[in-house]
Design a protein around this ligand. Structure first.
Ligand SMILES: Cc1ncc(COP(=O)(O)O)c(C=O)c1O
Length: 484
């Protein structure tokens, strides 16, 4: 006999999983199962057991069988029975360590695979890689307060399947915020919530809402290019100069992917004349501009750069996320769409929200409408500006021959290097325990055959190290550059 039961003993509010198996009939099996549950700690001292009648009903045994089993265990000292407080697990029985009952196999992770070195517990000594905000700055208290309010005030329907467009509360809050802070022209009906920029790209290209070929900046995030290639989209590199992407090189592509507020990774904004030119190109060709506004909030000492989308909302798909402003762990983003793409994107998302938690969406809506998002961004902007200033000052003092660029905004800078010296400099940094990337890591694979000029440089993220580790990271970085 071997039967598994899940007893949802609603009257006492506990679920009890018991397996009645082995020799000696049901009474003996129940005694063994309860003893094991207490011994292993699954039933903690003091836990109230279900009344005879409900456990008997759940297990499909006679009420007396349960009563006898409880009585036996009370006699043995495993349980206590007291008038008015029911039958409970006796106090003071220490659970036997799990290993005696569990498997002796250690948990599986990559490091357990034979022939592979276990992953190092610690990262590099000095982490100056771009891509991560200062995770210690996550506004835990305000986020929790918003989450609590969101869950308390949520209508019941929130706990059911969600609309693929996203919660209206969040779309309304974003419409207001994006218009105010980023110069985006939109109404909530044009916003579709997603789980971040990469998800938006998938919806657009894997969902066949847009097709290639797609022009992209010759330096960009390889992960995004690979995602596009995986979706069968050919990407064509556009050269960059001091005014940003050379949009005059656009020709027969169906669209262009740009980071106009802060070119990733080289760092400058797209020049005003180029913004106008790329809109003209898109209108003339019926093409679309995909605007990646990944860190548009973080600008330090130049005038705010509004979204290109504001110039023509019917030609630009504007995409943002909280990955840089709050945390990449939250996985929330938004797309502001021209009318012609709304239906296609919603169809690509499916019938119900399958990506972005509705509760998180309500939390972010609350966070935005209460001003917590603005406060957080202002606080982080100050912190990052301080970091940026220390980086610039350290290099000016100890490596004055190194030109620092792309520092007016964002969470990283680019240190220009003499042609042909990048690979050796990255290697030297690594020897000194400094993790960072050279610009070559971001270069489009077809850049050479398309005669896109190469730029040598280091991409230095200044957000990731904790406050106390930053000075040492700067020291190690400065030591990377030998005197000229
Ligand atoms: C260039 C660029 N675009 C977009 C993003 C945001 O990506 P996601 O929203 O998928 O986390 C990042 C990283 O945060 C980025 O570096």
């Amino acid at each position: 006999m071997s039967e598994s039961w899940v007893n949802s003993a609603e009257r006492i509010g506990t679920d009890l999983h018991l397996e009645l198996s082995g020799p000696g009939g049901r009474r003996a099996a129940l005694i063994r199962a309860l003893r094991d549950a207490v011994r292993s700690g699954r039933l903690a001292p003091g836990t109230r057991l279900p009344p005879y009648r409900s456990l008997a009903a759940d297990l499909g045994v006679a009420r007396n069988t349960v009563a006898d089993a409880y009585a036996e265990l009370v006699a043995e000292g495993w349980l206590t029975a007291r008038q008015g407080s029911g039958t409970r697990v006796a106090m003071g029985i220490p659970p036997t360590p799990f290993r005696q009952w569990g498997s002796a196999v250690p948990p599986r992770h990559a490091g357990n695979t034979p022939g592979r070195t276990p992953p190092r517990a610690r990262g590099p000594r000095h982490d100056l890689r771009q891509g991560t905000p200062d995770v210690s700055g996550f506004p835990r208290a305000d986020w929790l307060a918003s989450y609590r309010r969101a869950v308390q005030q949520a209508p019941n329907e929130v706990f059911g399947p969600g609309d693929p467009a996203g919660r209206i509360e969040l779309r309304e809050a974003l419409a207001e915020y994006l218009a105010r802070a980023r110069g985006v022209r939109c109404d909530p009906g044009r916003i579709v919530i997603c789980s971040g920029f990469a998800h938006a790209l998938r919806l657009l290209f894997e969902g066949r809402v847009l097709r290639g070929p797609l022009a992209v900046e010759a330096y960009g995030l390889p992960f995004h290019r690979e995602l596009l290639t995986g979706a069968g989209v050919r990407t064509v590199p556009l050269p960059l100069d001091e005014h940003g992407a050379r949009v005059d090189r656009l020709s027969r592509e169906r669209g262009v992917l740009l980071t106009p507020a802060h070119q990733f990774p080289t760092g400058g904004p797209l020049h005003a004349s180029r913004r106008a030119a790329v809109i003209d190109w898109a209108r003339a060709r019926g093409a679309v501009i995909v605007e990646d506004d990944y860190d548009g909030e973080f600008r330090y000492d130049r005038k705010p750069v509004g979204a290109v989308q504001g110039l023509d909302p019917e030609r630009v798909i504007f995409i943002g996320s909280v990955s840089k402003s709050l945390s990449p762990a939250v996985r929330l983003g938004w797309m502001v769409l021209p009318e012609e793409y709304v239906e296609g994107v919603l169809a690509a998302k499916g019938e119900r929200e399958a990506w972005a938690s509705l509760l998180d969406q309500l939390c972010l809506a609350d966070f935005l409408t209460r001003g917590s998002y603005d406060r957080h961004v202002r606080r982080m902007r100050q912190r990052y500006r301080g970091r940026r200033d220390r980086l610039v000052a350290a290099l000016a003092e100890r490596a004055p021959h190194i030109e620092v660029t792309g520092v007016a905004a964002g969470l990283h800078a680019v240190l220009r290097l003499p042609p042909g010296t990048e690979a050796a400099t990255v290697a030297r940094a690594e020897q000194l325990g400094v993790a960072l990337d050279g610009l070559a890591a971001f270069r489009h694979p077809e850049a050479v055959e398309r005669a896109v000029p190469a730029h040598d440089g280091l991409v230095v993220g200044y957000a990731a190290p904790s406050e106390h580790a930053y000075t040492a990271a700067l020291d190690a970085l400065c030591a990377t550059f030998p005197d000229p």
